[in-house]
Design a protein around this ligand. Structure first.
Ligand code: ATP
Ligand code: MG
Length: 487
């Protein structure tokens, strides 16, 4: 029977040109670690002046290769497909390495084979235990250096002593380890790889030197993320056939799980890192993580801009708060910030003075008959001056609110309230005093603006000052305020 496919090895090698050469080492180490090995020795050497480098990976798995044709049969069923805790699944890696080799030998316990210009030849040699892969391939000096550096990025599993060119690759200690339910890929009964969700251990490692933070699959680097930590998932991660990418949703879930564990150890300046922002907008981010990140990002004293109380925003700034605006977080981040109570509106933290709280007790006022002569005289003065200042008459009421913080209040729609217990008798007795005129200008300023710290309010005050001066210059009797003068 004619096979459907033939493989053009040179064509395959050309396709592999776009991959960094370190993948060769990673594929061979991945296979060695996937066996019951306790020791894996990797060497990569290149004679000066030679264009060929020698790559050798030896393991001590008691069994070695089950059947050697697996080494050259593309896409055959991989035994490892059904095991989430083995790295192999495509039954492809070893073949990609061979495609790039000029010559190679695999010597294992039951079989051995040589690949060279004359084809594939069985060898008589056997090993007691384990397998050696040795291949010669062209590597430029840069590629050779890159491969040597890449070996040091491996995170050797605890139970497997791994050496490179005779030196131990020191095992690294994770800064955190936790369990997470993550997508993985396991073969079903028919051998088809299917997505599944499975609990696995996740190890978080600090990034050392000039390393780029990377997502690892059981110690093998797969996707450089540029995040704050290396993250090593102890089960199959959903990898592309090229073994160099994962779906964005997978990375998002993993980043969220890492943030939930690491947020209180994360350096404050990392609060704006892309991965942290991505995690901050997910449904699964914890409220504790949101609060820490927000505090680190905007400072411990921060409030949300409050459009319903503009003055409160300014009071917040004066009080040393950072006012966070809508555009500084995404809609998803805001939703989480609200749920976590990580930021309160300025109106709740530094509210502007409001005389009447909605739903509060009704304001008690004093009937006109109960006003003293001095009070009547001052009210008359205010009512006389108001049309000169704001162009319309005002109503004035005396309030009895001893517990309120305000002495007077006025808004364009309402009467001017004078809070008798707060102003005190002396205030009323003083007639057209500086204090009394100051209060009138302050309150009538609110005819134009509510916010004490706004530009509009400040302009209103200077305008009212000018108008008062001109009005009094025209008619000095406007300021007369003697009790019993009627108006
Ligand atoms: N060092 C080794 N010792 C024993 N068996 C090995 C070794 N290296 C490879 N094999 C066997 O050869 C098979 C093919 O390896 P290959 O790397 O091509 O595919 P894989 O590891 O199954 O999947 P992937 O393409 O995802 O790496 C493996 O499934 C494994 O059974
Ligand atoms: Mg493999």
């Amino acid at each position: 029977m004619q096979q459907w496919f033939e493989v053009d090895r040179n064509g395959l090698a050309k396709l592999l040109e776009r991959k960094g050469r370190e993948f060769l080492l990673y594929e061979l180490v991945q296979n060695a670690w996937d066996q019951d090995s306790t020791r894996v020795d990797v060497t990569l050497t290149k004679e000066p002046g030679s264009r060929l480098a020698t790559i050798r990976v030896e393991d001590d798995d008691p069994d070695g290769f089950k059947t050697l044709p697996q080494a050259w049969t593309l896409f055959a069923e991989s035994r490892k497909k059904a095991d989430a805790e083995k790295r192999g699944r495509f039954n492809l890696g070893e073949k990609l390495v061979l495609a790039l080799c000029q010559e190679a030998e695999i010597v294992s316990t039951t079989e051995a084979v040589r690949f060279d210009a004359s084809g594939r030849t069985p060898l008589r040699r056997r090993r007691e235990r384990g397998t050696v892969f040795e291949g010669k391939l062209r590597l430029t000096n840069e590629e050779f250096a890159a491969c040597c550096a890449a070996v040091h990025r491996l995170l050797p599993p605890a139970g497997i002593t791994t050496t490179f060119n005779g030196r131990l690759l020191p095992p690294r200690t994770p800064c955190a380890e936790f369990e997470a339910s993550l997508r993985t890929e396991i073969a079903d009964a028919e051998g088809n790889l299917r997505p599944a969700t499975r609990k696995a251990s996740v190890r978080v490692f600090p990034v050392v030197g000039d390393e780029v933070a990377t997502l690892y699959e059981m110690g093998i680097p797969v996707v450089p993320t540029g995040d704050t930590y290396h993250v090593d998932v102890q089960q199959k991660v959903p990898l592309s056939l090229d073994r160099d990418n994962v779906p964005p949703a997978y990375l998002r879930t993993l980043r969220t799980a890492v943030l939930n564990v690491m947020h209180d150890r994360l350096p404050a300046e990392q609060a704006t890192a892309v991965w942290v922002r991505e995690a901050l907008g997910t449904r699964d981010v914890s409220s504790a993580a949101v609060r820490t990140v927000v505090a680190n990002r905007f400072g411990p004293k921060s409030v949300v801009y409050d459009p319903s109380d503009r003055e409160a925003n300014k009071l917040a700034v004066v009080a040393g708060y950072t006012v966070v605006h809508g555009s500084q977080l995404s809609a998803e981040e805001w939703a989480n910030v609200r749920t976590a109570g990580a930021l309160l509106p300025a109106g709740q933290v530094t509210p502007s003075p409001k005389p009447f709280t909605p739903g509060g007790p009704p304001l008690q006022t004093l009937p006109r008959e109960a006003w003293s002569d001095a009070e009547q005289a001052l009210v008359a003065l205010y009512q006389r001056l108001a049309p000169h200042l704001i162009g319309q008459p005002i109503e004035v009421k005396l309030a009895l609110a001893p517990d309120a913080f305000w002495a007077a209040c006025y808004g364009p729609a309402g009467p001017l309230y004078l809070n008798r217990p707060k102003l005190g008798r002396r205030f009323f007795k003083g007639g057209a005093s500086e204090e009394a005129l100051d209060l009138l200008i302050h309150e009538l300023g609110h005819h134009y603006a509510g916010d004490h710290l706004s530009d509009d309010y400040y302009r209103a005050l200077t305008k009212l000052g000018a108008r008062l001066a001109l009005a009094v210059a025209r008619d000095p009797r406007l300021l007369s305020c003697s009790t019993g003068d009627g108006e």
